[in-house]
Ligand binder design. Sequence first.
Ligand code: ADP
Length: 366
Amino acid sequence: MVSLPYPGLQEQTRERTRINPGSVHVAIEGLCKRYPGQQTDALHNVDLKISRGEIFGIIGRSGAGKSSLIRCLNRLESPTGGSVVVDGVDIGRLSAAELVAWRRSTGMIFQHFNLLSAKTVRENIDLPLRVAGIAPAQRQRKVDELLALVGLEDRQHAWPAQLSGGQQQRVGIARALVHDPQLLLCDEATSALDPETTRSILSLLRDINRQQGITMVLITHEMNVIHDLCHQVAVLEQGRVIERGPVWQVYGDPQQQTTQLLLNPQHGRLPEPLQQRLTPQPVSASARALLCLSYNGQGAAPQLAQLTALLGDEITLIQSALEWVQERQIGQLLLLAARSPQPFSPMSVPANLADRVEVVGYVTAD
Ligand code: ADP
């Protein structure tokens, strides 16, 4: 038998969560991973702290190291350096038998669901409980509870092939929760789903996080997943963390070009007709300043009446990309100010009307 106190370990963890929400749950320090035969690290000196009960997203281009990182979090991959400490347990120091027991306290869901096609929904959820030697009455109770949680009571005797993608992922989520994990790892969990189903799965994950306080770490290339679900985000590039922070902050004021392109590929792209007419200075009395007003969640708001009073009632809205992230307004407004032969001074816009003002150039009115 394994020596870890299981399920006593979970009781302790739950108690700590109740007493100490927001404490460090997962501490990743100096994590390196180099695959055999490779010249470079897939992960290089990754340091991250993930708090208990938060939803932590990891984004990056293909090949950035996202899968390697999430697989190091439950030792599906062994790091070549550094440590992963989960709830005080350095998982690199666990024996093979301890690791099997520890993994039960960590759920994982996958892009392609990984359900057993020859087992029904109920049997798929029951299997890990059966393997763990849980008594039949207890198993039945747990499976019923999870079927209700993911809304699949009426499909419990269906085969995976008879389910939609969203329903299959619900089975995957139920199966990941059988041992009441405190940590749930999500590997591109919604990438195979259509947008509407994605929304319903994200909503289920959000409810589970809120109701049960489970810490979630997810990797994704879908920015709406980060936007709609995560509290914190880290950006990986070539195996390194290049940016991290609360989602509103990283969205509202991305520091790295990679992050800007990942979050908003249209960022900085002007409409073609305007681009052709743009000059760096006003060239006539009918020149209009093209302004980019940015909102990065620091408190400024696009008060239209005040902007009109300031920029003239000839003001033209060219593009608007404003949204709410974690209850903060972020994004940009691109607009043309009234005609003026004078260069526009960004300083003339008070801080309550925009967090940042950039004069993109000048366009001469027809
Ligand atoms: P991502 O999930 O962001 O697409 P990965 O973690 O899959 O990135 O890959 C990071 C780097 O490690 C890539 O250069 C990839 O080619 C390499 N890599 C991933 N898995 C292996 C493997 N099993 N063997 C050799 N190289 C690998």
